[in-house]
Design a protein around this ligand. Structure first.
Ligand code: NAG
Length: 381
């Protein structure tokens, strides 16, 4: 099955080679500086100015006289001035060519053809699964990592197809929004542990933060925005993005709902200690995050403007192996007990594989199900 998947996705997605080699521009000047320093010392009270080549410079403007001497500027023939190349002040990046409402469908028969189209029209704008806008300055909190918790154990690779459809719609939208972004697909390794959405998201956060991103979208794979004016960006206060989904007639199922898609600055996510790592199986982890964020850290419950933040859900043709977690209500009730020691500060996992595809970064991890925190400790009391 895994082999079949590889063939399918590799056919669709040209692999990219990464080069981690960088030239070290450092040129050692220390010996020479030591020698020059010795000359300065020997020179005693004399004014000495040592000038040298552009690669290695030591400049001492004066040696303070011990008693009563005035330091003096020594006139020298000035070096011919090389004008610095003028760096034109760059404007902040702004969206380019937004089109507004989008027609979205998930016709699986068209997937392959559509994905080819996407690859051809967008490949020049991506490197190692990352898009960096050109000729503009990316603002703070607009270096966006889209983190997708993932595991496909279906026979027909339905989830993988969902993911390719997600990319098909999402890549052009984010490209038009014209910020620095990358999609991180975080795969839970195929073993018999229950799916753990929240822990996968914590891992994606930790990795993407190290990669230099400052805005994090915790994003289910089956949601696609229906309007590209739904701008993906972060603010100091976290936001819940997916309040208005076609499946629920674009109404909030309940007011504090926090599942689907949430956006956090690094600072805000660190402050709440991330998600709990201990929700194994379906349900509860999103409400737990809401408690940490609103009741715990006193952030406001914010969502983007309803009119522009409609989402279409890619239908689950068949329900998955992700069974409801029998402990979810107990864990949620005790959220305030385990928030302090269960989250980013207790994140343990093994990185199994990491590679870059054209449009996304692909990470596979073992979540260490056998090393989880005991339930009694989480519930406390
Ligand atoms: C991601 O990497 C894993 C491990 O190599 C692989 O099995 C999987 O097919 C890849 N996912 C996609 C969507 O290419």
């Amino acid at each position: 099955m895994a082999r079949e998947k590889n063939e399918m996705t590799q056919a669709l997605l040209p692999k990219e080679k990464t080069s981690h080699e960088e030239e070290d521009p450092y040129i050692s000047c220390s010996f020479r500086n030591t020698v020059l320093f010795a000359i300065v010392m020997l020179g005693g009270l004399l004014y000495l100015q040592a000038m040298s080549t552009s690669e290695c410079s030591l400049s001492i403007s004066l040696v303070a006289p011990a008693f009563g001497y005035e330091s003096q500027e020594v006139a020298e023939t000035p070096e011919p001035e090389i004008p610095e190349p003028e760096e034109p002040a760059q404007d902040f990046c702004a969206p380019k060519g937004l089109v507004g409402p989008l027609a979205i469908d998930f016709d699986m028969d068209k997937l392959e053809e559509r994905f080819q189209e996407l690859s051809e029209s967008n490949k020049d704008f991506f490197e190692n699964g990352e898009h960096t806008p050109e000729n503009c300055q990316v603002q703070k909190l607009k270096n966006i990592a889209i983190i997708i918790p993932f595991r496909d154990m279906t026979k027909d690779l339905f989830r993988t197809k969902q993911f390719l459809y997600f990319l098909y719609y999402m890549i052009p939208i984010l490209h038009r929004q014209n910020n620095h972004f990358s999609v991180y697909l975080v795969n839970q390794v195929h073993d018999d542990s229950p799916f753990n959405r929240a822990k996968l998201l914590n891992i994606g956060f930790e990795i993407a933060k190290k990669d230099g991103f400052d805005c994090f979208f915790f994003h289910d794979v089956d949601l696609v925005p229906e309007n590209d004016q739904n701008i993906y960006e972060c603010f100091d206060n976290p936001r819940h993005y997916s309040g208005f989904i076609d499946k629920f007639n674009y109404n909030l199922p309940y007011n504090s709902i926090f599942g689907g898609i949430t956006a956090y600055s690094a600072e805000a996510f660190d402050k709440i200690n991330g998600y709990s790592n201990e929700y194994w199986g379906w349900g509860g982890e999103d409400d737990d995050l809401e408690r940490r964020t609103i009741a715990g850290a006193k952030y406001k419950l914010l969502r983007p403007e309803a009119g522009k933040s409609h989402y279409k859900m890619i239908k689950h043709g068949h329900e998955t192996s992700n069974k409801p977690n029998p402990n979810r209500q107990k864990l949620l009730k005790a959220w305030n007990n385990h928030a302090k020691f269960d989250g980013l500060n207790s994140l343990n996992y093994e990185l199994i594989e990491r590679s870059n595809d054209l449009f996304f970064k692909n990470i596979t991890v073992d979540l260490k199900y056998s090393e989880r925190i005991p339930l009694e400790k989480l519930l406390g009391g």
